[in-house]
Design a protein around this ligand. Structure first.
Ligand code: BG6
Length: 470
């Protein structure tokens, strides 16, 4: 089997890391607008309000808000077939619970989608990528509260109606499984734990509300635009047993349960034995309302999108751990490590594709992948990012193996940050993923000018050959 002829080659971004224009066009604040930058050893700090004089990377991002035409022209030059981006929920509903949507915000995305479509680039849109309206956190406690389901549904219905016919591919919540994998699920669920909260109960309850909200979005999307496809979005942490000790196999299985917890509900439309076992093991409790089971059953996804950057190991004797932004794990002695401690493992991507396809048998979409690295601008302005080309070429070969040798059904590939954007994990600019360099540093200085890296020309040729010329 070969890659599909209409394989969706592209790149992926999120509004809060890319767009900027944080107060323009009637936009309200989102959770990332009070999130300070950090670095590999200093975690990002969350404020409750904006502190005068402090620098918050999301406020300007890399200014896609004003430069979308120039940026999209560059993506078109590379031959992009699709572009994954998110809608900033607080651009459409500034407080999350407004009775009417913000027309200026809606118009902005009309302009962006029209510009993409002008070049034949399909928008692939994430409904919620780490940018819950901040007012919903303050006024309702975010996804601790069942009312969020209604607010999210209103928002989704508005954008499905508005962009019907323009957007064919949707994703609901970015890396939703990190709610369970992450100590503090601020980015995924707008929850910054308070002293004394029962963390596992809160996480399971928020997960339930979000899965119900996601299922309602799927059903609404299908009703409003039967041509559209809508998927879930998981972080896939391929996990190997550290040794052949039987206990390491059990630990590996248990570690994967927090990902399948979501995958099972999204694809099978119900809490499976894996989910029940996970709930029991953690001792967590949550409530369901009558009707929720039916909603989950009727809102199953068309495809599974997932991010894959690196793998990890599990085992009783693991003592060394890897870096990562949302989920960490045991360090694998056979793999190289990036400057941010992430381990490079292309075979782990092939495994991810096989494991997901074996379990669910629905189309897959690699929504994120890439290497965060420091780029050096040469005296003549060029950027020779061979390390990025090497990383991406090996991962593309791995997914081609999964398609061609293992017969996995794969829809597309959107590596992370085709234009350099703010890092989600650290808030830095110097951790770059792009084919296109953006002149901006971690303190917010720079012209914001764009320039083509060596990988720009390489990826263009990869797309033109449908992955044959690596
Ligand atoms: C994923 C997120 O976890 O990884 C993105 O969906 C994020 O928002 C990406 O940017 C890369 O991580 P980081 O921390 O290097 O930006």
């Amino acid at each position: 089997m070969k890659l599909r002829k209409d394989f969706l080659w592209g790149g992926a971004t999120a509004a809060n890391q890319f767009e900027g224009g944080y107060l323009e066009g009637g936009r309200g604040l989102s959770i990332n607008d009070v999130h300070k930058g950090g670095n590999v050893s200093t975690p990002r700090v969350i404020h409750e309000t904006i502190h005068e004089g402090d620098y918050y990377p999301s406020h300007e991002g890399v200014d896609f808000y004003h430069r979308y035409k120039e940026d999209i022209a560059l993506l078109a030059e590379m031959g992009f077939k699709c572009f994954r981006m998110s809608i900033a929920w607080s651009r459409i509903f500034p407080n999350g619970d407004n009775p009417e949507p913000n027309e200026e915000g809606l118009q902005f995305y009309d302009n962006v989608f029209d510009e993409l479509l002008k070049y034949g680039i399909e928008p692939v849109v994430t409904l919620s990528h780490y940018e819950t309206p901040l007012a919903l956190v303050k006024n309702y406690g975010s996804w601790r509260n069942r009312k969020m389901i209604q607010f999210f549904q209103n928002y989704c219905r508005v954008v499905f109606e508005r962009y019907k016919g323009k957007v064919k591919y949707w994703m609901t919540f970015n890396e939703i499984n990190c709610i369970l994998g992450n100590e503090n699920p601020y980015l995924q669920a707008g929850i910054n734990f308070k002293e004394g909260e029962n963390r596992i109960d809160v996480k399971l309850q928020a997960s339930h509300y979000m899965m119900v909200a996601s299922a309602l979005a799927v059903a609404d999307c299908h009703r409003i635009d039967p041509e559209a496809k809508i998927g879930c979005m998981l972080l896939y942490p391929t996990t190997y047993p550290a040794t052949c000790a039987p206990i390491d196999q059990v630990m590996t299985r248990d570690a994967m349960a927090m990902t399948y917890y979501f995958g099972d509900v999204f694809v099978r439309g119900r809490y499976t034995n894996t989910c029940t076992a996970y709930q029991e093991k953690t001792g967590g409790h949550f409530t369901m309302e009558p009707g929720d089971e039916k909603i989950l059953k009727e809102g199953t996804v068309d495809y599974i999108a997932f991010s894959y950057y690196s793998s990890k190991i599990e085992g009783a004797r693991v003592t060394e751990f890897t870096g990562g932004n949302m989920m960490r794990g045991g360090k694998n002695p056979y793999l190289e490590t990036s400057d941010w401690g992430w381990q490079t493992d292309p075979i782990g991507l092939r495994m991810a594709l096989n494991q997901l396809y074996d379990r669910y048998q629905i189309p897959l979409f690699i929504a994120e992948n890439g290497l965060g690295a420091v780029d050096q601008v040469e005296a003549d302005g060029s950027i020779i990012d061979d390390y990025r080309i090497d990383y991406l070429a090996r991962h593309i070969q791995a997914f081609k193996d999964a398609v061609e040798k293992d017969h996995v059904d794969l829809m597309g590939y959107t590596p992370w940050g085709p234009i350099d954007i703010v890092s989600a994990g650290t808030g830095e600019m110097k951790k770059r993923y792009g084919f296109i360099y953006v002149d901006k540093d971690d303190e917010g200085n720079g012209t914001l000018n764009r320039s083509r890296k060596k990988s720009f020309y390489w990826y263009k040729k990869v797309i033109a050959s449908n992955g044959d010329d690596l």
